[in-house]
Design a protein around this ligand. Structure first.
Ligand code: ATR
Length: 288
């Protein structure tokens, strides 16, 4: 029950109507019986600074931040975590003792998902990461925190963007090897023990697309994580399953980045399975 002491959480974005965060977060709040509520707030870019001032004025406990505000929100906050600073984007605001602290929980979410959903206690020495946008950047940051990753192929339709991202996060060029995502990448992909799709390829309404030029690079012993979760089993994950590789869907990462935000705000570890199930149910309702 919402009462006089209920603490307010939410997500700001534009548009924000399709987000599964309210379903996930409210499911966790209900499961734990905590006195919080989580809502979605559509905020136009020109209103962003007023929305942030509103967190302070209305004493919201915290917010998630989604497209298009993840970068624009940074100068409006009092503090940015080292992780969010390196990733260059904020997806969670923690309102603590009058200060607004920006975090990014995406790298944590993907690393937890690789460990707990993909069974990778340690990562393979060779990894292939597809994409060079905001999602790829957070994942690359997470992967580079792990010393066992020795060779990271960063492949993108536009190779210049992969090169720029690699130079930014691995300035010595010792571990990240940028290139084009084309037929010539087959051998590099084949050598990877972990393949991550951080592009939007395969997402509804184009579920018949795969980011791989040729699926024959997939093999048993490989873990394949797709950040796309609509459909839950993308063509890439189906190809991975058929090749004997271990598929990991994008809902684990989504639930785990949300769980990390929840723990920051409430101080309580939420039930990730409850959050995942709520997101899955929401997805079923929002599909055509
Ligand atoms: P996000 O924040 O979700 O990562 P983004 O920053 O727009 O979104 O990045 C989208 C990524 O998906 C990019 O790597 C993009 O490739 P380009 O840099 O070449 O644009 C990739 N991508 C999206 N649609 C694609 C398509 N149809 N084919 C190949 N790559 C695609």
């Amino acid at each position: 029950m919402i009462g006089g002491k209920t603490q307010v959480l939410g997500v700001i974005g534009h548009p924000v109507g399709h987000t599964s965060s309210p379903a996930m977060q409210n499911a966790a709040i209900a499961a734990l019986g905590l006195d919080y509520v989580y809502a979605a707030f559509p905020v136009r870019p020109e209103d962003l600074s007023q929305a942030i001032a509103g967190i302070r004025a209305l004493n919201f406990r915290g917010l998630n931040v989604t497209v298009p505000h993840k970068v624009g929100v940074m100068p409006l906050l009092d503090e940015i975590s080292p992780e969010a600073r390196a990733i260059g984007a904020v997806n969670t605001i923690d309102h603590r003792e009058g200060r607004l602290i920006g975090h990014n929980t995406d790298a944590f979410g993907v690393m937890q998902s690789l460990r707990l959903d993909g069974g990778l206690e340690t990562l393979p020495a060779r990894v292939a990461l597809l994409g060079a946008g905001g999602a790829a950047r957070a994942i690359l940051y997470g992967l580079l925190q792990r010393p066992e990753v020795e060779h990271l192929a960063l492949l993108n339709r536009t190779p210049e963007k992969a090169a720029a991202l690699a130079a930014d996060l691995d300035p010595d060029g010792r571990r990240v090897f940028p290139g084009a995502l084309d037929e010539k990448a087959g051998e590099l992909l084949h050598q990877a023990g972990l393949l991550i799709n951080a592009t939007a390829i395969g997402m509804s309404p184009h579920p018949d697309a795969s980011p791989l030029p040729d699926p024959s690079c997939l093999h048993a012993g490989m873990v394949v994580l797709d950040i796309v979760y609509n459909p839950l089993e993308t063509l890439l994950l189906r190809q991975a399953r058929q090749a004997g590789a271990r598929p990991v869907d994008g809902l684990g990462m989504l639930a785990r980045q949300g769980a990390r935000a929840f723990a920051l705000w409430t101080g309580v570890e939420p039930p990730v399975e409850v959050m995942r199930a709520a997101a899955l149910e929401r997805l079923g309702k929002s599909s055509p």
